[in-house]
Design a protein around this ligand. Structure first.
Ligand code: ZN
Ligand code: ZN
Length: 375
């Protein structure tokens, strides 16, 4: 579907964030936000690998996310700021505000000469006990993701999803079968460990999730106690009969799975909302649980920002830009390299491609308007 004219929105000289080859850049502040190429100074919205990359000289991130960030990028030069604390970088007032996405996730608020911009990174509005709740921040220009920016994406209340997971697990346990739940190892796994009913049976974790669990616990987030599969003697399948096993998608189909004897498996992801995704993933159950805003959530966030101009970074860029323009807002897109997290994107890319759904602006045939960097 064609977009309304004009096809391209040029950056204004007064813009607080522009797209550069290295990433999103704040010209007056001379720093980048979640850059994808090595830079001098990077403000990081959260520790997912498509937003927090290695190789920058200085990092700034929200304090609650320091542990997870350092567990993924050990040894970086990291400065942290508490949520809401104001810093001044080259005359730009910068503060970080909860994005509700994963532990330590932040929206970046920039203020310069009376103009206010907010770059939201990834975010969700749903309740999540493992991180601070999304905080609406008023601004003139709001930079938003659009991972699930289509009307089909509407989430059930999280408690409903956890009730479903619990009853699936309880049913499997009653039949003496292990329950293997695949999910993204950073964020989703901890949310599941905080949300399920640990009274049903023992919970085991794949080793890939261990260091992140530790970072969450060190930050004071309460997670159900977990054991490691490696603690169980190799032939002891009975130990898993009533167990929930939380594992990253990469463990699926591997030799590791043979440890559990008879099992039922499931996948927890927003992509499970798509008909056929569960079948293509080859799992018995799909639970629709996302750390991104659904379609109504994206709309609420845009509305509550009060912004007159909205720039979309990744996901369903074109439908979002179209919707924003229908609301009478100025809307355009930045070309970014977000949404390509090594683990999650693996799963997502294959789901979306097979479902014929474009992942980002680059993979769409009709490209949305892209805000160009100043020459
Ligand atoms: Zn993320
Ligand atoms: Zn992302």
């Amino acid at each position: 579907m064609p977009l309304p004219e004009p096809p391209f929105v040029s950056a204004h000289a007064s813009d607080l964030v522009i797209a550069r080859p290295e990433g999103l850049y704040c010209p007056p502040g001379d720093f980048f936000i979640d850059p994808w190429q090595p830079v001098e100074r990077a403000v990081i919205t959260h520790a997912h690998s498509d937003h927090a990359r290695s190789g920058h000289r200085h990092y700034l991130a929200a304090r609650p996310g320091a542990g997870v960030l350092l567990s993924r990028l050990p040894g970086i030069d990291l400065q942290t700021a508490g949520y809401g604390a104001q810093l001044n970088i080259n005359g730009v007032t910068i503060s970080l505000h909860p994005a509700g996405h994963v532990l330590g996730s932040a929206q970046v608020r920039l203020e310069h000469h009376g103009r206010v911009w907010v770059a939201s990174g990834d975010y969700k509005l749903d309740n999540d006990p493992t991180c601070d709740a999304f905080e609406p921040v008023r601004c003139d220009t709001f930079i938003t993701e659009s991972t699930f920016g289509l009307p089909v994406y509407r989430w059930e209340p999280p408690q409903t999803v956890f009730d479903d997971i619990d009853s699936w697990w309880r049913h499997n346990a009653s039949e003496g079968r292990a329950s293997v739940l695949f999910c993204y190892s950073f964020g989703k796994a901890q949310r599941i460990l905080a949300g399920v009913d640990a009274g049903i049976g023992p919970i085991f974790c794949h080793g890939a999730i261990a260091s992140l669990n530790r970072a969450y616990r060190d930050a004071g987030v309460a997670l159900s106690p977990v054991r490691f599969v490696s603690e169980i003697p190799i032939k002891d399948k009975a130990a898993f009969r009533a167990a929930l096993i939380v594992a990253p998608p990469s463990a699926q189909g591997g030799a590791w799975m043979r440890r559990f004897g008879d099992y039922n498996d499931a996948f927890a992801s927003g992509w499970m909302r798509l008909r056929g995704t569960r079948r293509r993933r080859g799992v018995d159950r799909g639970f629709v649980l996302s750390d991104h805003a659904d379609w109504p959530g994206l709309q609420t966030a845009v509305r509550e920002s009060g912004a007159e101009r909205v720039i979309v970074t990744h996901g369903q860029v074109e439908p979002m830009v179209r919707w924003l323009r229908e609301q009478g807002l100025q809307a355009a897109a930045f070309e970014t390299q977000y949404g390509e997290d090594a683990v999650e994107a693996d799963a997502i890319a294959s789901e979306a491609q097979q479902a014929g759904i474009p992942l980002d602006s680059q993979s769409e045939t009709s490209t949305p308007p892209v805000t160009r960097a100043r020459q």
